[in-house]
Design a protein around this ligand. Structure first.
Ligand SMILES: Cc1cc2nc3c(=O)[nH]c(=O)nc-3n(C[C@H](O)[C@H](O)[C@H](O)COP(=O)(O)OP(=O)(O)OC[C@H]3O[C@@H](n4cnc5c(N)ncnc54)[C@H](O)[C@@H]3O)c2cc1C
Length: 230
């Protein structure tokens, strides 16, 4: 079943009523693929409810949850390393549908955007059944809440770099690292996501063998990536 709520509040209430049997539908690149965790679940269509624009407000850049990865990649107001991270999604067709909100909400270990947004100290504007909230993205990525992301907020002047390792540009990433100022962020396949003010994030992680690479390879990358710089 596809619900078509007409307000954000209605969408959030529907999701809270059916916590285990529903998902939000944004770009649909994950929800509508075979074998996704949305299979067999009801879809709550949020298209038209959140913004798909990138706007400047009070000195910040507010990226609407429905902004696509392609729009993010093309927008000159967006810091260069975030635009580069959007380009980690190597398929134009997918970039043109996949949304920033959907990407963050999936909390994937090989997330295109998580490391770069975390290094940029982005915050998540979200709506819950209890009301609106703004949380640091690192906190959001480590929780399991099913709130509706309305927008991602960043400082437009932030600078940094992001680096991706993977077998090919279309394979699942082995590791994605990003740095901005003294904030370091790391996504590692099989190990999850870490963020902090020290480059030594690897010491708190456990590495595993999987299709993206061996545990030893990932550990080596995680221990050295922040010394490589660009
Ligand atoms: C072949 C293939 C490979 C992929 N590889 C990668 C990869 O390497 N890295 C990666 O990061 N992603 C990957 N993806 C996943 C996906 O394409 C992207 O993460 C995309 O950005 C998801 O956005 P969407 O708008 O299509 O989400 P949808 O498919 O519409 O939704 C996905 C999930 O996000 C939730 N959601 C969507 N919008 C919101 C919102 N505003 N607030 C709260 N929850 C929301 C939904 O509940 C749903 O469960 C891949 C997908 C496919 C099909």
């Amino acid at each position: 079943m596809i619900y078509k709520p007409t307000t954000i509040r209605e969408a959030v209430a529907l999701r809270a009523e059916h916590p285990d049997t529903s998902v939000y539908l944004a770009g649909g690149t994950d929800d509508l693929r075979l074998g996704s965790c949305a299979e067999g679940k009801d879809l709550i269509d949020i298209n038209g409810l959140c913004s798909d624009a990138i706007e400047e407000k009070d000195g910040k850049l507010v990226i609407g949850a429905l902004c696509t990865l392609q729009t993010l990649k093309e927008c000159e107001k967006v810091p260069a390393f975030l635009r580069e991270a959007a380009g980690f999604c190597s398929s134009f067709i997918k970039r043109n549908s996949a949304t920033v909100g959907g990407n963050v909400a999936l909390r994937r270990q090989d997330s295109y955007l998580a490391a770069a947004l975390a290094a940029a100290n982005a915050t998540v504007l979200a709506t819950t059944p209890e009301g609106d909230k703004e949380v640091p993205i690192c906190k959001y990525l480590h929780c399991t809440c099913t709130c509706l992301i309305r927008a991602i907020v960043i400082d437009p002047s932030v600078t940094g770099w992001v680096k991706r390792f993977g077998r090919t540009s279309a394979s699942h990433a082995t590791l994605i690292a990003a740095v901005s100022g003294d904030t370091y962020a790391l996504s590692v396949s099989g190990s999850g996501f870490a963020c902090g003010n020290s480059p030594d994030l690897a010491s708190g992680m456990t590495f595993v063998d999987d299709i993206a690479g061996s545990a030893e390879y990932k550990k080596y990358l995680a221990e050295t990536v922040f010394t490589l710089r660009r």
